[in-house]
Design a protein around this ligand. Structure first.
Ligand code: ADP
Ligand code: MG
Length: 262
């Protein structure tokens, strides 16, 4: 087992009082798996991502524990765990070149000099399929489309060769086709199984098509978790059934449209 989340609670202290973002969540994460974390907005998915990376804000009160038997030490965010957010703007700095940003993590964590870091950046940009990666090095984030920026953010996240990649709604801000391209890229990156993917989304359809296992969250609680096929075909919780029903309702007009056109 890579990671054990044991009765984890996270409470934010706000002016309006204490707010539970996670309530006694227990979850095991297996090395090499693709785990989808799903649930509606505000259910605690990002809080879990931040807790796993050790990036929770100071005002968060934490109970319970997260241990990493797979590492045997506390992993370092950016080195052992890469994270990509919904908005590439929050991962990429607008005033730094792509080369500097993608090479930075590799330089710092792998001890590469400037030239080696740039070579590594070219290799990473090619890996996330940025065309003409050498030319991209001197460019700035605004010179790329949203989908390409997200590819660059992914390149920066995997620069130091982390064993875990957390993608927190990494495709949610993108249009459908680009969303599919980015999820295919994430799938390809973890294909050989030496990187664990934690894929956070509110889209159960996307989760079902990508993940080995799905964990369903609702209002700070883990509703159920299990094998992706079982969750989709034999959901135990009423809430999961509702999520699936909503997904089907959203999809069916399009399916009807397709068959009508034939
Ligand atoms: P999700 O990612 O599923 O949308 P979050 O983990 O971001 O959910 O948020 C879970 C709950 O915690 C929400 O009610 C949210 O308003 C609250 N929350 C998140 N971050 C903070 C924060 N820094 N301060 C106060 N409340 C927060
Ligand atoms: Mg979130």
């Amino acid at each position: 087992m890579l990671c054990k989340v044991d009765r984890l609670s996270v409470v934010y202290r706000t002016k309006a009082g204490a707010q539970h973002a996670l309530r006694s969540v227990s979850l095991d994460i297996v090395a090499g798996e693709k785990l989808a974390v799903i649930g509606e907005s505000g259910s605690g998915k990002s809080t879990l991502s931040l807790a796993l990376t050790g990036l929770l804000p100071e005002e968060a009160l934490v109970e319970g524990s997260i241990s990493w038997p797979g590492f045997g030490f506390d992993p370092v965010a950016g080195r052992d765990i890469g994270i990509v957010f919904q908005d590439p703007g929050s991962s990429l700095n607008p005033v730094l070149t792509i080369g500097d940003q993608v090479g930075e993590g590799a330089g710092r964590h792998l001890g590469l000099d400037r030239r080696a870091a740039r070579e590594k950046a070219v290799e990473l940009l090619a890996r996330v399929r940025i065309p003409q990666p050498e030319n991209a090095l001197g460019a700035y984030p605004h010179q790329f489309s949203g989908g390409q920026r997200q590819r660059i953010a992914i390149a920066a996240a995997i620069a130091a060769g982390p064993s875990v990649l957390i993608a927190d709604e990494a495709t949610s801000a993108l249009d459908t086709i680009v969303q599919a391209e980015i999820s295919t890229l994430l799938e390809d990156l973890v294909k050989n199984g030496d990187m664990t993917l934690i894929f956070v989304t509110h889209d159960i359809g996307l989760a079902a098509s990508l993940a080995d296992r799905i964990a369903v969250f609702r209002t700070a609680e883990l509703v159920e978790s299990g094998d992706a096929q079982s969750i989709v075909h034999e959901p135990q919780a009423e809430y999961t059934r509702q999520l699936l029903a909503t997904h089907i309702d959203l999809e069916s007009p399009r399916l009807v449209g397709v068959s009508d056109a034939r």
